[in-house]
Design a protein around this ligand. Structure first.
Ligand SMILES: Cc1cc2nc3c(=O)[nH]c(=O)nc-3n(C[C@H](O)[C@H](O)[C@H](O)COP(=O)(O)OP(=O)(O)OC[C@H]3O[C@@H](n4cnc5c(N)ncnc54)[C@H](O)[C@@H]3O)c2cc1C
Length: 291
């Protein structure tokens, strides 16, 4: 594997990194773990004059939980870190499941969850659960910081709402309400170590009895960006959770999916799998909420 010529930059502070992004705008790419970026470089899909590693910026690898602000996952936290972190397992176990289902352990020991998000692939494993859990991406330009709701982060395949001089520094996942459960479901042609043909994230809150009081559904690999199952969400609120309502929610989610046929699956198969996996995800989330 050969790489195109570029100048390698390795800033040691966020300010320095953002200044470099401004100085070389249009000619520079960011690298975290490099598991996507190095492949893109080797395929000449990108040919930057400068490749900037952010790995030497201190403090970006932390994962922490706070009862007021929730879970914070730093931009350099590895997929493997998220998979086994105690705070993630205790407060957002489906994020750990999604990280676990990403690639191989070797890739998970190099790649970051933030890289998976910023790569903005419609089939990324770690996006649906973060969308379902209403996460926020923290973006910094060296002078100021802003919060980007994850629903507004993805603009198209490979395109995000980050400005040219911004680095995503952390993912913040709000504290989940009482009686809330989550789920991550994925199907891929090879079942293991494969990009999703369809993946679904769901978060569901019960009202104390058997009724759904709030729900978020995120569908991956069925549109240019992660899609919300808006019809299914609207249908399910205030409905009693039972086999019939869950099946109807799955059917409505498939109506909101607009997949293409490609090497991984046909459009028809993807639609069917949205129905099956959404029903399954909602059932698991409801069961966990009631547990
Ligand atoms: C063999 C193999 C198998 C894979 N299997 C899967 C799989 O099953 N599921 C899946 O979802 N993915 C898979 N991937 C893709 C990849 O491993 C993940 O997307 C990984 O999480 C990327 O993280 P990274 O740190 O390596 O990102 P990088 O490659 O360093 O960066 C990815 C993109 O994000 C940008 N970026 C990274 N960090 C930041 C930041 N903090 N701020 C702004 N921009 C940033 C980069 O500029 C680049 O555009 C696989 C890759 C390989 C090589």
């Amino acid at each position: 594997m050969t790489l195109p010529q570029f100048t390698y930059l390795a800033p040691t502070s966020l300010k320095e990194a953002c200044d470099l992004l401004r100085e070389h705008q249009g000619k520079i790419k960011i690298k975290a773990g490099g598991t996507d970026m190095i492949v893109r470089l080797s395929h000449r899909a990108v040919k930057p004059d400068y490749l900037m590693s952010i790995k030497k910026i201190p403090g970006l690898d932390k994962i922490s939980y706070d009862a007021a602000t929730g879970l914070t996952i730093g931009a350099l936290a590895l997929l493997r870190d998220v998979e086994i972190n105690e705070d993630v397992l205790a407060h957002a176990p489906m994020l750990a499941r999604a990280a676990h289902q990403t690639a191989t352990v070797q890739i998970r020991n190099m790649g970051t969850v933030m890289g998976n998000i910023c790569n903005a692939s419609p089939s990324a494993d770690n996006i649906p659960t973060l969308v379902a859990m209403n996460a926020v991406i923290i973006a910094a330009n060296g002078n100021s910081e802003r919060e980007i709701p994850i629903d507004e982060f993805f603009l198209g395949p490979g395109r995000s709402a980050l400005a040219a001089d911004e680095i995503a520094t952390a993912i913040r996942v709000p504290v989940t309400a009482a009686l809330t459960g989550t789920s991550y479901q994925k199907i891929s042609p090879r079942s293991k170590v494969d990009i999703a043909a369809v993946n679904i994230g769901a978060m569901l809150t019960l009202d104390g009895a058997k009724k759904c009081s709030a729900v978020r559904i995120s569908m991956g690999a069925v549109g240019p960006t992660p899609l919300r199952g808006a019809k299914a969400e609207a249908y399910l609120v205030n409905k009693e959770i039972c086999a019939e309502t869950l099946a109807e929610a799955g059917r409505l989610a498939a109506e909101d999916a607009s997949p293409i046929s490609d090497v991984r699956a046909s459009r028809e198969y993807r639609k069917l799998m949205v129905e099956v996996l959404t029903t399954r995800a909602l059932k698991e989330a409801a069961d966990l909420a009631a547990a």
